[in-house]
Design a protein around this ligand. Structure first.
Ligand code: ADP
Length: 529
């Protein structure tokens, strides 16, 4: 079949067009021949299906069955989308439209460029897929990096701008390195360190106020007077909101950006906001869970202590009277003349009974409710008096103890008996931990929240693991310890509205610090708190 003159007018059409008569191609316009890179003689007499299948191999799988149906009289859609291999080896999307020819047996087939539509579909698919990935991110930086990468992979440049007070800072970006280098010349530092005042970007403020993205046909025109010597002029500023609060922008540029693709990118910016919300929800849920399990273990520990404390309290009460009787009997015995064996037995009896008595007292201090009775008190004097007591009782051994009192230490409203008890426990521990001839220092000074009382020694110090548990009742690392001293200290300090902490003395050793408010508001402590 030869080319027909009646279809010559189609040669002027820019759209690639083909005419078939029955099963044969009878005419192809120059636009079609140029598109496929073939001559008329190559396709003359070809069957249209063969031709389509040859240049659109990806679609052969559905083209062939459809053609078979068509020859059996089935109706075929007027529009078909095909991926066509064009000259130069590229693939483009076309919409194949069918129309009637000049004779009833003729059919007109026209390829309308649908690459724009196809690229929109690709963009939408890619961004929908990326949105699905975003929800798996567990930190905000990862969300922003992934979003920037997804946009960049679609052929756009992108910068994430983050709101920080009244400034904008750069988040993840995928930009032309040459552009970035030029951009950084002005401020003289990396873009990520530049804080741009929000007031200098009124067009972005407008985006936030309208809560809608803005598409710029000419970005540099929008920025007003900025010289542009490169081809990227189309841009989109899409706002990101997290829980309704402005978070930042996706600032996107690209030659292929159109209002339609901009709308898809704006939707993506919303997905980014949603993914950021998701990260925050996960984080707060994890924090709540951690807090819950902390409270739970605190509750369990508290219950354990309460039971233990109640039992210990009962035992201590029961032991106290017989102990008193034993110590009285010892005093009576000591008045008599005893032999060497008898004297050492009574001394041993007294020593052990006194130790037991001290332990029972500590135990009762831990389990009884504490109710401070504040009176004016000079902390330096209290420290010196306590130290004197230790000297009298010969509890210092060879350890040297000094009191270092700042000149301006204020007077304190506190319960003297209780504070002395706390100080005694700290001093006793410090002396016990000290090496022979070691030095213990008691430092008293004023601090913004009131008074600081430090007891530090040159002993082995406290390991970080032990420091967590030191103030728990019954925690001890000493073979003869009861683990009650620091629990008493903590209770006394809490009852005064203060804090106690343990740390390292510079140069080695432990350092315990009490911080107390000057005006103690007594907080009666129930048993075992
Ligand atoms: P105890 O002295 O009966 O063990 P405490 O409650 O007074 O009970 O102390 C608990 C634990 O804290 C001690 O067993 C010890 O491990 C540690 N500790 C307390 N004071 C010091 C200190 N000054 N240096 C090193 N460790 C200390």
């Amino acid at each position: 079949m030869s080319d027909t003159a009646e279809y010559r007018p189609l040669d002027g059409l820019p759209a690639p067009t083909l005419v078939t008569r029955g099963e044969q191609v009878i005419h192809a316009n120059p636009a079609l021949l140029a598109l496929l890179g073939v001559g008329m003689e190559e396709i003359r007499d070809a069957r249209p299906l063969e031709l389509l299948a040859r240049f659109s191999p990806a679609d052969r799988s559905w083209l062939e069955p459809m053609h078979a149906d068509y020859t059996r009289g089935a109706t075929v859609p007027d529009k078909l989308w095909l991926r066509v291999h064009v000259t130069g080896g590229q693939e483009r999307t076309y919409c194949l439209r069918r129309g009637s020819g000049l004779r009833p047996e003729d059919t007109l087939l026209m390829l309308v460029d649908a690459e724009g539509e196809a690229s929109m579909r690709r963009l939408t698919e890619a961004l929908v897929e990326a949105s699905g990935e975003l929800v798996h991110c567990r930190d905000e930086q990862a969300v922003l990096e992934m979003a920037a990468e997804a946009i960049h992979r679609q052929g756009f440049f992108v910068t994430v701008l983050l709101l920080e007070g009244d400034a904008l800072v750069h988040g993840p970006m995928r930009q032309d390195p040459a552009q970035v280098a030029t951009g950084e010349q002005l401020p003289g530092k990396p873009g990520r360190e530049v804080r741009v005042p929000r007031a200098s970007m009124p067009h972005l403020e407008e985006v936030l106020a309208r809560r809608k993205a803005v598409f710029h046909h000419d970005l540099f025109g929008t920025l007003g007077g900025m010289r542009h010597d490169h081809s990227i002029v189309r841009a989109l500023d899409a706002p990101i909101f997290v829980e309704g609060v402005p978070f930042g922008f996706l600032s996107i540029q690209g030659e292929t950006l159109t209002p339609t693709s901009a709308a898809t990118l704006e939707l993506f910016a919303r997905q980014v906001g949603g993914a950021l919300e998701n990260v925050r929800h996960h984080r707060s849920a994890a924090a709540r869970l951690a807090e819950l399990s902390r409270l739970q273990s605190e509750l369990v520990a508290q219950e354990r202590l309460t039971v233990l404390g109640e039992a210990a309290g009962v035992v201590a009460h029961e032991v106290r009277n017989p102990l008193g009787a034993i110590l009285n009997a010892v005093a009576v015995l000591k008045r008599d003349k005893l032999g060497t064996i008898g004297t050492s037995a009574v001394e041993m009896l007294e020593e052990e009974a006194t130790r037991l008595d001290a332990m029972v007292r500590d135990l009762l201090d831990v389990v009884r409710p504490l109710e401070p009775r504040p009176r004016p008190l000079h902390p330096g004097e209290l420290a010196r008096r306590t130290l004197e007591l230790f000297r009298e009782r010969r509890q210092l051994g060879q350890v040297r103890v000094s009191v270092d009192e700042a000149p301006d230490v204020p007077t304190l409203q506190a319960d003297e008996t209780l504070l002395q008890l706390a100080l005694e426990n700290l001093l006793r521990n410090a002396v016990q931990a000290s090496p022979p001839r070691g030095e213990v220092r008691v430092v008293v000074r004023g601090v913004p929240e009131g008074l600081s009382l430090i007891v530090e020694d040159e002993g082995p110090g406290v390991s970080p693991a032990d420091a967590q548990r030191l103030f728990e009742p019954f925690f001890t690392t000493r073979t003869t310890g009861t683990g009650l001293g620091l629990a008493v200290v903590r209770r006394v300090v809490l009852a005064h509205g203060g804090t106690v902490s343990v740390g390292q003395r510079p140069g080695g050793g432990a350092r315990f610090e009490l911080r107390l408010p000057l005006q103690c508001e007594p907080r009666p402590l129930p048993p075992l708190r």
